[in-house]
Design a protein around this ligand. Structure first.
Ligand code: DC
Length: 236
């Protein structure tokens, strides 16, 4: 069973995909973390993210792995835990040209398909339903208004938890900067030549601007009788 969840930055994909995977007993695959790890490897090896052939070589030689830890997951780069490091502003800047590189994408797509060899995954990214798993049983395109997405990112950065609904006060200035960065990344991800962000024709579109976290998760689980049954089994 493959569940593909695509959408722009800050649409809530990661938290939602993780929760669908947990409820239904599937493996969660964060493909953005893979591109981020390659971007980090470039920065560490002194490779310019715009130098396409060198970046492609980094992608081929870097070893990116996921290990489960309790309810969560750690990301390893060449055996080192880089879970926190791949979320820094430096990586955030470098990752756009890295993920627009067609050779990098080819290497990552092969890795993503290998990760799903067990057959039971919830994969989230930008091209999962269109390129990586075009025959996924469930495809979702999750979006939200730029303002709603910026607010969520700001809450997450302050340590608020979207899944539990914990809210925190956020600085308006910080929120504006996040909004500007989201808009820049949306534009880059949607207009690049290699696998631009777009919904698969057979994806179910969900706009999460006005929906709570649980509502989004429940809508996705309800899209497939197999998912609904698995979430019921996991609970009982
Ligand atoms: O989802 P995220 O913010 O962690 O993604 C990081 C970057 O990687 C972002 O610029 C989009 C890109 N990405 C991609 O091009 N294809 C994917 N399947 C996942 C992420």
């Amino acid at each position: 069973m493959i569940v593909a969840i695509d959408g722009p930055s800050g649409s809530g994909k990661s938290s939602v995909a993780r929760e669908v995977a947990r409820r239904c007993g599937l493996t969660y695959l964060d493909t953005g973390a893979m591109y981020r790890s390659v971007a980090l490897a470039c920065l560490e090896r002194g490779v310019d993210p715009e130098d396409a052939p060198s970046v492609a070589e980094v992608a081929r030689t870097a070893r990116v792995e996921f290990v489960s830890e309790g309810d969560g997951q750690r990301v390893l780069l060449d055996g080192r835990d880089v879970t926190a490091q791949i979320r820094t502003p430096e990586v955030e800047l470098a990752v756009s040209p890295v993920s627009a590189n067609p050779e990098v994408r080819e290497t990552m797509v092969a890795l993503q398909r290998a990760c799903a060899a067990s057959g039971d995954v919830v994969a989230e990214g930008r091209d999962i339903g269109t390129v990586v798993f075009p025959s996924a049983e469930v495809k979702v395109f999750l979006s939200a208004s730029p303002e709603a997405r910026a607010r969520r990112r700001a809450v997450q950065r302050r340590g608020g938890n979207l899944a539990t609904g914990d809210d925190v006060d956020v600085d308006a200035e910080v929120e504006r900067a996040i909004l500007a960065d989201l808009v820049r990344r949306d534009e880059y991800d949607s207009s690049r030549e290699a696998s631009p962000l777009r919904a698969a024709e057979d994806a179910v579109a969900i706009d999460s601007s006005e929906l709570g976290f649980n509502e989004v998760v429940e809508r996705i689980v309800a899209l497939s009788p197999v998912l609904a049954a698995r979430s019921g089994e996991a609970r009982s």
